[in-house]
Design a protein around this ligand. Structure first.
Ligand SMILES: *[C@@H]1O[C@H](CO)[C@@H](O)[C@H](O)[C@H]1NC(C)=O
Ligand SMILES: *[C@@H]1O[C@H](CO)[C@@H](O)[C@H](O)[C@H]1NC(C)=O
Ligand SMILES: *[C@@H]1O[C@H](CO)[C@@H](O)[C@H](O)[C@H]1NC(C)=O
Length: 488
């Protein structure tokens, strides 16, 4: 990910189309859902629990936080490296929680795994909040040295530096996203672990107050430690909106709705990502109106629908692109993150419209819940192999999937089979090898094809071949939805 690889990439064009399409004419969504959750086990940092299903990983980062005398073990590595970036980790956790809240009832077989995936994130985020209101820990690991090494997490040797935001060096973006994650997760655990849920909600409120009281972009003080990796390009207003929306859901306290309205955010965005939360917040707030029947939130319906009209392929006000093969195309860096996040919002909105028996229009086009669902389904089917390459972009799904993903752990022999320490530079022999990765990172969805549906199954082409937690997190919800809609 991030800095562009200079090596000439191998465009994959020789594979015979062989999509993982079952007799029912669509991919096995239930199987994809199970796999999408196993991926999160592969990204775990800290002491792995006895129930770990992905066996080639082992404990790592067991002293994280020690330089600041705080326990910051656990959490997730964001992508193919060994840094724990708090900003995308919090967004990942929020989207996993939303997936469970919206579609958890429809994923009975996987609900426990999905809750575990949320909890692996929130257990860490609670630790990150332990010094509030003095500080919020936002990252462990120095990305600039980490990215110069190719090492397994189990034997990483670069500094596990701890970074934080404080009242004098604020980060309303990362603090508000952390609040959103904790508030959303408090709803996930409300009925299954009341005490944990309360702790999550209290901490969410603390993190939100911190974000709101000490305003600023975390990239201003942390610069090269977070940029260009997870620079806060969109600023922090969108995270304040998003966090307040989640706190409204979790508390039903109308002061959060007033807060949201007082922010006065008018700009639209057709991108929903770890950086920009505006579309997600609007869809969530529209839920407050459509599902909870809160009239005071009625204005968000139109805002959410402007977003829908900006992404639907046949809409006259569409602003995103589509590839010739039919994939939504927003940006060339890990484009599938936008595909999965948009598909999630389409799925959630289809559900709200159905519940409230409504439709809406984009120009002359009348949009029904089934239109939204079909668009989301088409995107997911593309990801799972129904595309011009006949390639599944989910590792381990179907017979034809990326073999050389940009992921340190996946590409280096497992510590379980090769216990010898592999140093920073030593690992590059595996990066440069043309062999397939020895360890299957089951369920990982990679960055995906370019605007012409071409894909390089090549580690150096990280914009296409690197997986990330925030690509998978929204997909968990959409897959549950589709698995329920298309029962075998
Ligand atoms: C929840 O917290 C209360 C009050 O601290 C305590 O009495 C109770 O035992 C806790 N319940 C569980 C299941 O841990
Ligand atoms: C934060 O970043 C946004 C987007 O780059 C910018 O518009 C805004 O002025 C910044 N705010 C502060 C307080 O620096
Ligand atoms: C991706 O987009 C950026 C910005 O538009 C551009 O600079 C870069 O060359 C593009 N990379 C590829 C591989 O198309």
């Amino acid at each position: 990910m991030r800095k562009m690889g200079l090596e000439k990439t191998l465009v994959l064009g020789i594979f015979v189309a062989f999509a993982a399409v079952g007799v029912s004419g669509h991919p096995d969504y239930q199987d994809a859902l199970s796999k999408s959750l196993i991926f999160f086990e592969g990204q775990r940092s800290g002491k792995l629990p006895p129930g770990q299903n992905l066996k080639w990983r082992a404990d790592s980062g067991l002293t994280d936080g020690s330089t600041e005398n705080v326990d910051l073990t656990g959490g997730y590595y964001d992508a193919g490296d060994n840094v724990k970036f708090g900003f995308p980790m919090a967004f990942t956790t929020t989207m996993l929680a939303w997936s469970v809240l919206e579609f958890g009832r429809w994923m009975p077989k996987e609900l426990d795994h999905a809750r575990e995936a949320v909890r692996w994130g929130t257990d860490y985020l609670l630790k990150a909040c332990s010094a509030l209101p003095e500080a919020l820990y936002i990252q462990v690991g120095d990305p600039n040295t980490d990215h110069k090494c190719w090492q397994r997490a189990e034997d990483m040797s670069t500094p596990r530096s701890v970074y934080k935001v404080t009242p004098s060096n604020p980060g309303s973006d990362v603090a508000a996203e952390t609040a959103a994650a904790l508030a959303a997760a408090s709803l996930v655990f409300r009925r299954v672990d009341g005490n944990y849920s309360k702790k999550l909600l209290q901490t969410a409120e603390k993190a939100f107050t911190f974000a709101d009281n000490y305003r600023g972009n975390y990239s201003d003080s942390l610069s090269s430690v977070v940029c260009p990796f997870y620079c806060s390009y969109s600023g922090y207003q969108d995270e304040l909106l998003w966090a307040a929306a989640w706190l409204l859901m979790a508390t039903q306290n109308p002061s959060y709705l007033s807060y949201v309205q007082s922010l006065g955010i008018n700009s639209d965005s057709d991108m929903f990502s770890w950086d920009n939360k505006i579309p997600g917040a609007r869809v969530l707030l529209a839920r407050e109106y459509l599902v909870e029947k809160n009239e005071a939130a009625s204005s968000f319906k139109e805002q959410a629908e402007r977003f829908m009209c900006s992404v639907l392929p046949d809409s006259s006000s569409r602003s995103v692109g589509y590839t010739p093969g039919g994939l939504l195309y927003k940006l060339n860096g890990s484009n599938l993150q936008y595909v999965t996040s948009v598909s999630f919002l389409l799925s959630a909105y289809a559900k709200y419209l159905k519940i409230s028996k409504q439709t809406f229009s984009c120009g002359d086009m009348v949009v029904s819940p089934s239109i939204l669902r079909k668009v989301a389904q088409k995107q997911v089917d593309y990801i799972l192999g129904d595309n011009p390459r006949g390639l599944s972009y989910m590792v381990g799904f179907g017979n034809n999937f990326p073999q050389r993903i940009h992921h340190r752990g996946s590409s280096i022999p497992s510590i379980r089979s090769n216990s010898q320490n592999i140093g920073c530079d030593q690992g590059f022999q595996f990066y440069h090898a043309t062999d397939a990765n020895p360890n299957i990172l089951t369920g990982a969805v990679v960055g995906g094809p370019d605007r012409n549906d071409a894909f390089s199954d090549d580690r150096s082409s990280y914009a296409q071949s690197e997986p990330a937690t925030y690509i998978n997190a929204p997909l968990v919800g959409t897959l549950s939805y589709l698995a329920a809609c298309f029962k075998p």
